[in-house]
Write a protein that binds this ligand. Structure first.
Ligand SMILES: Nc1ncnc2c1ncn2[C@@H]1O[C@H](COP(=O)(O)OP(=O)(O)OP(=O)(O)O)[C@@H](O)[C@H]1O
Ligand SMILES: [Mg+2]
Length: 223
């Protein structure tokens, strides 16, 4: 069997006196779609930050594609993250003065890829997401449009894992379905795995596994 893409063991993350993650175990296989759910403030974004190697202040073991993150330099970790992961953040983190396309191309810029090579791909993803590809700075776009730009940006580097923190929170039901139809078909084409914080029952039903974060631990949810 191949290594899990992500393996987390006994993860503990504490803010001041608040123990948000308390022995969390998690494993993600190639191509899998795992949904994480749980009440507001329970620690879902914190969990994605740790699993995404964005937050180093945890204890426990985090192994990404067979690499123990405690044993590599922060530079190597950043490379691994860029090669391996795409992020859709809860609050998007777009650059407001750049267009949708230029925002979508940012990961390629950061990883030193020639953006001419990925420009057509990025434009195709924007169009499949129903976005205009023009020069409008993203600060003028609606919240739902910005959310879709964030989705396009997460996919531009062909990640093996897409990490998405409530990627459909600003979308109406129809746009939400459209986004997940697209993510599903891209997942089949490219074979990446998805870990997504989600609430919508309709979208949750598409996941291979649903995990509920409660009292710092992930529970298999069979509901
Ligand atoms: N940098 C921080 N410093 C202090 N406390 C923090 C920090 N980040 C998160 N927390 C706290 O940790 C808890 C979990 O936050 P987190 O954002 O992970 O929750 P969440 O499950 O994603 O919530 P939501 O569904 O509202 O997005 C919250 O009580 C939050 O206030
Ligand atoms: Mg959150």
């Amino acid at each position: 069997m191949s290594n899990p893409l992500i393996e987390a063991r006994s993860i503990v993350r504490v803010f001041d006196n608040l123990k948000v993650l308390n022995g969390t175990e998690f494993s993600l296989s190639e191509g899998e779609f795992v949904a994480v759910t749980g009440k507001s403030g329970v620690g879902k974004s914190t969990l994605l930050g740790v699993l995404g190697t964005l937050d180093p202040s945890f204890s426990g073991d985090l192994i990404i594609n067979g690499v123990n993150t405690a044993e590599v330099t922060s530079q190597r970790l950043a490379e691994l993250r860029r090669e391996f992961m795409g992020f859709i953040f809860q609050d998007f983190h777009l650059l407001p003065n750049l267009s949708a396309l230029d925002n979508a191309l940012l990961p390629a810029v950061f990883s030193g890829t020639d953006t001419r090579k990925v420009r057509d791909d990025a434009a195709a993803i924007l169009s499949r997401l129903g976005l205009r590809n023009d020069n409008t700075p993203t600060r003028f776009l609606s919240r739902g449009e910005r959310q879709r730009v964030a989705s396009a940006r997460a996919l531009v580097n062909n990640p093996r894992v897409l990490m998405a923190d409530e990627p459909t929170a600003s979308l109406d039901e129809e746009s939400e379905e459209t986004l997940f139809d697209l993510l599903d078909s891209l997942r089949r084409e490219k074979g990446f795995a998805i870990i997504a914080v989600l609430h919508s029952k309709k979208i949750l039903s598409r996941a291979d596994r649903i995990l509920e974060l409660k009292e710092g631990i992930l529970h298999e949810n069979h509901a």
